[in-house]
Design a protein around this ligand. Structure first.
Ligand code: NCD
Length: 306
């Protein structure tokens, strides 16, 4: 029984398989319409979510399966003091696969160690968010056609932004990838990601506070929201929240084939006027997430569709 807690739980060959299944689903949705008949997905969300939970649920429905859902920790037994370990054991009795989001780093791992069905980490605190990375990868593949030889700018809250940590893990395995880490000093990428991934794999990266300077060299600009819920005080959030705002004027210096990604939700780090630019790929990225989650559910349930 296999869970996905970290993006590195999936090999690059498996990522390739998932992408190929997702592309086949896009082309032939009917082939997959009954693939998960009589199977149940449990979505356990102890933190707010729109895209991740709804795309997991839409994914399971489009595979012909069913969904049982806990959308709010406050209305579940967690509010009575039940541990994540116990919840995982119990939900395993009711569902064939679990997608879980939790504010504590490591919660999904604890769930996986205690569940008797596959667990998918749908975000654990400021740690990682592997299925967002699946959406990001399908987007990069569909928009740019490759993962190698790319200069990827990551901008905003690199400290608490779990999507950034997982994307760096995934992209560090492809040749010729370079990162430009764009953040205010206080929101720089944590040392554990720098040491364990970038330095260990010998990946070139630069750190800067400027969004303008690196703009012309980027193939991908990955914007992120400042993660208000992870701050210890509101003052720091207010001071940092508008550090970067991508506008059409700023984008004018970017290459024509560059793509702007954002895991969403956006607050105001990308002005609405950018949405009309063909390089703005973030709404297409959200759509891609559903197809990759369908592919992942099939893989973890061991279902092959021919
Ligand atoms: C992200 C998350 O939850 O980390 N959202 C998402 O799943 N698309 C990004 C964010 O909340 O800023």
């Amino acid at each position: 029984m296999r869970s996905v807690i970290d993006i590195l739980d999936l090999s690059t060959d498996e990522l390739e398989d998932l992408i190929n299944v997702a592309l086949d689903i896009i082309d032939h949705p009917d082939k997959y319409a009954d693939a998960c008949r009589r199977k149940k997905l449990a979505t356990l969300f102890f933190e707010p979510s729109t895209r991740t939970r709804m795309s997991f649920e839409a994914a399971m429905y489009e595979l012909g399966g069913n969904v049982i859902s806990m959308t709010d920790g406050a209305t579940s037994s967690a509010s009575k003091g039940e541990s994540v370990a116990d919840t995982a054991k119990i939900v395993s009795c009711y569902a064939d696969i679990i997608a879980m989001r939790h504010p504590k780093e490591g919660a999904a791992l604890v769930a996986a160690q205690n569940a008797s069905v596959p667990v998918i980490n749908a975000g654990d605190g400021g740690h990682c968010h592997p299925t967002q990375t699946l959406a990001d990868l399908l987007t990069i593949r569909r928009e740019l056609g490759r993962f190698s030889d790319l200069t990827v700018g990551l901008c905003g809250d690199l400290k608490f932004g779990r999507t950034v940590h997982s994307l760096i893990g995934a992209m560090s395995r492809y040749p010729g990838v370079k990162f430009v880490l764009i953040s205010p000093d206080e929101l720089r990428l944590p040392d554990y990601v720098k040491n364990d991934i970038l330095d260990r794999c010998g990946i070139p990266y630069t750190e800067t506070a400027s969004l303008d300077d690196p703009m012309p060299e980027l193939d991908v600009l990955y914007m992120t929201r400042v993660q208000r819920e992870r701050f210890f005080n509101e003052e720091d959030y207010v001071r940092l929240k508008d550090s970067y705002v991508l506008t059409p004027e700023k984008l004018a210096r970017a290459r024509q084939d560059m793509r702007v990604l954002h895991p969403l939700p956006r607050v105001n780090e990308i002005s609405v006027a950018v949405d009309r630019d063909p390089r703005a790929a973030y709404f297409r990225q959200a759509a891609n997430g559903k197809y990759m989650r369908m592919a992942l559910i099939l893989m973890l349930l061991g279902i092959e569709v021919r």
